[in-house]
Design a protein around this ligand. Structure first.
Ligand code: SAH
Length: 264
């Protein structure tokens, strides 16, 4: 009698897809996609180009399902594990960098729990590249020598707000559109100056990329008037003064937002 040997688990590679433009997908990420037999992807990152990037792969959209229903993180973990246990070469493609608010580490742990080997290929995070696409450096000699990247998914605690104000770094917020009111009010409550420049960069690297500039005191009104929506990266700090804004300088936009605020 022959006993079938168990299938050797396939390799799983977490690929950081960058912020959505092909030019910022890494060479290592491109090579992994080319080899992939299954690619699990979602909305952010270079999803539009997958048919070309991963020509041999079954493409599985785990972000938006038919009927608009997203899979839970547990379902995604299970799906990665199931494909790997069948012996497939699996790529989990994530927007930006897999280890920046991407829950990539949870996917790594789920694979390790089942003895599945995982490789992580870092990607270009939107936290740095989307501000750069709007001309905003996160550090600049004399303006800022540190930056803090925070998730706006849940409101910050009072201690965290206090710490941010004391540190005085450039603040970058991902997933921050919904919690903008609590963030701005919290920072002001802890003594941050209302003059602090703020930029909101929506849909970085797309044809509809847009930068909205205001100050901490004015940003709620300005964002509401512009109907700012997700996905967007928020930057708070003096480096916003260096943004490219077309005809008007960032400085003029900051002043104009202040004048509107004073009138209303
Ligand atoms: N791992 C990702 C972040 C995942 S959280 C990374 O490193 O970039 C998702 C958030 O990232 C979005 O809500 C938004 O705040 C930001 N984001 C990602 N891509 C973006 C883009 N092209 N333009 C604007 N914001 C983006």
């Amino acid at each position: 009698m022959t006993i079938p040997s168990p299938v050797t688990p396939g390799q799983v590679t977490l690929v950081g897809g960058g912020p959505g433009t092909l030019g910022l997908l890494t060479v290592a990420g491109t090579a992994a996609l080319l080899e992939a037999e299954v690619v699990l992807y979602d909305r952010l990152g270079p999803a539009a180009h997958l048919a070309v990037l991963a020509p041999h792969a079954q493409l599985v959209d785990v972000g938006k399902r038919p009927g608009n229903h997203a899979l839970s993180q547990n379902d995604i973990n299970d799906l990665i594990v199931a494909h790997a246990l069948r012996g497939s070469t699996v790529v989990r493609l994530k927007g930006g960098d897999p280890f920046v608010f991407g829950r990539g580490s949870e996917e790594v742990l789920a694979c390790h729990a089942r003895g599945i080997p995982v490789t992580v290929i870092s990607g270009v995070t939107s936290a740095i590249s989307v501000p750069a696409a709007a001309g905003i450096p996160l550090t600049h000699r004399g303006l800022s020598h540190a930056f803090t990247v925070i998730s706006g998914h849940a409101p910050l605690t009072e201690r965290e707000l206090e710490g941010l104000v004391l540190l005085g770094s450039t603040i970058v917020v991902l997933m921050g559109v919904g919690t903008l009111p609590t963030l701005t009010q919290g920072l002001l409550r802890h003594g941050m100056t209302g003059d602090l420049p703020v930029a909101i960069i929506e849909r970085g690297f797309s044809d509809t990329q847009r930068t909205t500039i205001a100050t901490l005191a004015t940003v709620l009104g300005v964002a509401a008037r512009a109907s700012v929506s997700s996905p967007a990266v928020l930057v708070l700090g003096d480096v916003v003064r260096l943004a490219y804004t077309g005809d008007e300088s960032a400085e003029e936009l900051i002043v104009r937002a202040g004048e509107f605020h004073a009138r209303s």
